[in-house]
Design a protein around this ligand. Structure first.
Ligand SMILES: Nc1nc2c(ncn2[C@@H]2O[C@H](COP(=O)(O)OP(=O)(O)OP(=O)(O)O)[C@@H](O)[C@H]2O)c(=O)[nH]1
Length: 311
């Protein structure tokens, strides 16, 4: 999930096997502050949609090879493209055709010949709705205090990465992180300072991850979780130590801490090659057990376990 409030130029994919139709649309839509991509067949349209994830697709129906209905059906079946609004643009104008197009999941059906101003107005409305939907989805997966992804979003990514690791038989590492003596921090400096401290720790953790596939989430309260796909236990140990050091180096004064008067974190980690006998919850529990050991061992430290590879 991208965490940005920037409004980017919407991308519209036009799919039509008649170059003259595409020329007309491009000529009129270039003034609309859109990024336009064009495809001359259903197959090409499908592939460009999967690659670019446009904000809207203008889709012809009658095309040789894969027709518009099939392109629509496939895009709606794929979780990665299902939310892209599709507008059919077709010479077929019977009630049955329109009903069929909309029942495939298209947001709108415009029959040719069409009015350019009306087409533009409809596109603007659909794009505005798409933008709102994107923003809502982003907010639903974001932790309000730290702006990290929240537990809900983390669980979705964890599921996907778990399944991917089963397919590829690759190693997956998980780190559970807990702020040390945080109750004492709140008690001595106040809850607002506690919130500030969590924000700073969140930024430090984010900074400490270098691989774009790595993800850090607020797990709840003063607990964070890091998922490291394609990472063995040695790699996880390096990342964990880097994160611990980054937080230590924030040098946030902590009157109630036994660790040199500074805010620190404890980390527990576990690694496995997922299979159908292991569970995500199992890996979380392994990491949590290690976190408990890190706390017991004096805090401000990392404890890791190599989980069972297979049964
Ligand atoms: N300011 C603030 N405090 C929070 C938030 N979420 C959880 N906390 C506090 O975090 C503290 C966690 O305390 P404990 O679970 O007792 O653990 P601890 O004091 O950190 O001690 P150890 O984990 O054993 O080092 C509690 O006082 C919670 O109120 C939050 O969003 N903001």
């Amino acid at each position: 999930m991208t965490q940005t409030n920037e409004l980017k130029q919407p991308t519209v994919l036009v799919v039509d096997d008649t170059p003259a139709n595409i020329d007309v649309l491009v000529a009129h839509l270039t003034q609309e502050n859109l990024e336009l991509i064009v495809a001359l067949s259903g197959e090409e349209g499908l592939s460009l949609a999967q690659q670019h994830k446009p904000d809207l697709i203008l889709l012809d129906i009658m095309m040789p090879g894969m027709d518009g209905y099939e392109v629509c059906r496939r895009l709606k079946q794929d979780a990665a493209t299902t939310d892209i609004p599709i507008v059919f643009l077709s010479a077929r104008d019977s009630e049955l055709d329109m009903e069929k197009g909309l029942s495939y999941g298209a947001i709108d059906y415009i029959s040719k010949p069409f009015s350019i101003p009306v087409l533009k107005a409809r596109l603007r409305n659909h794009l505005a709705l798409k933008q709102k939907g994107d923003r809502l989805a982003e907010l639903a997966g974001t932790d309000e205090l730290t702006s990290l992804v929240n537990r809900r979003h983390f669980n979705q990514v964890f599921r996907q990465e778990w399944m991917r690791a089963i397919r590829n038989q690759s190693e997956l590492s998980l780190l559970m992180i807990d702020v040390d003596y945080f109750k004492a921090y709140n008690d001595s400096l106040g809850h607002a300072e506690g919130d500030n401290c969590l924000k700073k720790i969140a930024q430090a953790l984010l900074q400490g991850l270098r691989d774009p596939a790595d993800i850090v989430a607020r797990f709840g309260g003063e607990e964070f979780v890091v998922l490291l796909p394609d990472t063995d236990s040695a790699g996880a140990a390096r990342v964990a130590e880097r994160l611990r050091t980054l937080v230590q180096n924030l040098k946030l004064p902590h009157p109630g801490s036994a660790n040199g008067g500074l805010v620190s974190i404890s980390l527990g980690g576990a690694t496995c090659i997922p299979n159908h006998h292991l569970t995500e919850l199992g890996l979380l529990q392994q990491a949590d057990t290690q976190l408990y050991k890190a706390k017991e061992g004096g805090r401000n430290r990392v404890c890791l376990e190599m989980a069972a590879k297979s049964q």
